[in-house]
Design a protein around this ligand. Structure first.
Ligand code: BG6
Length: 426
């Protein structure tokens, strides 16, 4: 976060006992702390409605989460939890609870000599955003002697109207410069690399358009089901959970023009131009699906309707596929296929650019000769890297063509990549 994460500060997580905290935020904060990127005066306050925790049991909860998700079993992570973590219940989230929260924050800051720099991270279901933001504002927690930041994740509202209402609530209590609306895909190394790939390799730029590209396919497939998050997911579905945020970011990075500068506003402006150029999506260009129970080699998985917390008659989509057209000079006539779903065959996030076939097929007279189009496969996770497919003549008589691959794998060249949250919180 703008180089200030090393300044002494308190990191307050609403949803401190939730899935995001356990799976992503705690591991990311722990890794950053180990790389000395959080400074020496850094504390975490987990906030939740639950009254079952105090500081001691919350530290135990955090140590178990670190153990489960990054396999730490050493005294070091326990020591870190004991040293850094606190817990405060927000009970029913009434005004008096926020007053108590404020008092607790000030006490932790006084105890640790923190100057009042605070991050409020809303790791919450979207229905809790407005009341939490209002609670922070009304209790005066939107301002302090240091800096105060508010971090919000998706989905930002349920539709345009509620997104505007939420924005109005945010602006009633916080200045825009305090607000970070984040998408963790933008913290992934391979997603950040899309800008480097496109704008530092002019060779690709010259073919990155309607003259050379047949279609673009963006896939975010997950093998896991909804897990313990049905309460949130069943109200959101794949469109609001993944498509309107993560896949749309991948789309804009793939399709945008070069920004005037490598600066947030300039990049945002180019992305917005892509979004504005998307043709109205017709019903026949969208498909929805829901996963079913499966049985494979003695291994079975639950269908969406059988998952804990999912309404038996739920129509919430766990898969969505879209065909889009971007109506601008670069992309006119090139379909973009976007798809995402849970409980699919394997976990993979990929952008595939299929290039056009040669205008004239010179080799068609040779029996059995099959020409393939060039294809660029950018795998964003897992097994991150690129593959560029092209045809070569198979040695020997005649003219048989074979598809070959030029490959680059991150793991061959670099160490393990940091999680997106680590980059965003840094
Ligand atoms: C989150 C969604 O934003 O992204 C989850 O809420 C999804 O439903 C997750 O599983 C996928 O993230 P990643 O980094 O594992 O691709």
């Amino acid at each position: 976060m703008n180089g200030s994460s090393a300044e002494p500060h308190l990191f307050v997580v609403f949803g401190g006992t939730g899935d995001l905290m356990r799976r992503k935020l705690l591991p990311a904060l722990y890794h950053l702390a180990n790389k000395y990127q959080l400074g020496s005066q850094f504390k975490i306050l987990g906030v939740a409605r639950s009254t079952e925790y105090d500081d001691v049991s919350y530290r135990q909860f955090a140590a178990e989460a670190l153990n489960e998700f990054i396999g730490t079993q050493d005294g070091k992570s326990n020591g870190w939890c004991n040293e850094c973590l606190y817990f405060q219940s927000i009970q029913k989230g009434e005004a008096k609870d926020f007053v108590a929260l404020r008092a607790r924050i000030e006490a932790i800051e006084a105890e640790n000599g923190l100057p009042g720099n605070r991050v409020f991270y809303l790791a919450l279901g979207p229905t809790a955003f407005p009341s939490t933001i209002a609670g922070l504002g009304e209790s005066g927690l939107n301002d302090s002697q240091g800096w105060t930041r508010l971090v919000i994740e998706k989905p930002f509202g349920h539709d345009l109207e509620t997104a505007r209402e939420l924005n109005a609530t945010v602006h009633a209590h916080f200045k825009e410069t305090q607000v970070y609306r984040i998408d963790h895909y933008l913290g992934k190394e391979t997603v950040q690399n899309l800008l480097a790939f496109r704008f530092s390799n002019p060779m690709f730029e010259s073919v990155w358009n309607r003259d050379r590209v047949e279609n673009v396919q963006i896939t975010v497939a997950e093998d896991l089901g909804v897990g313990t998050r049905a309460g949130y997911y069943d109200q959101s579905g794949a469109m609001r959970d993944m498509m309107q945020n993560h896949l749309t970011q991948l789309l804009t990075l793939t399709a945008m023009e070069a920004p005037a500068a490598f600066e947030a506003d300039a990049i945002r402006d180019e992305k917005v131009k892509v979004l504005r150029s998307i043709k109205k999506i017709r019903a026949r260009d969208v498909i929805f699906g829901q996963y079913d129970a499966t049985q494979n080699n003695g291994h079975s998985t639950l269908g969406y309707h059988e998952e804990d917390g999912v309404a038996k008659d739920s129509k919430t989509e766990t898969f969505v596929g879209l065909r889009l057209h971007i109506d601008n000079w670069r992309w006119e006539g090139v379909p973009f296929y976007l798809r995402t779903g849970k409980r699919l065959r394997k976990r993979v996030t990929q952008i595939i650019v299929n290039f056009k076939m040669p205008p004239v097929s010179l080799f068609q007279t040779f029996e059995g000769c099959h020409l393939h189009s060039n294809t660029l496969v950018m795998t964003l996770q897992p097994d991150e890297g690129f593959v560029l497919y092209f045809d070569v003549k198979q040695p020997g008589q005649g003219m048989n063509l074979q598809r070959q691959a030029l490959k680059f794998r991150y793991s061959d060249k670099f160490g393990p990549l940091p999680d997106g949250y680590e980059t965003l919180l840094n």
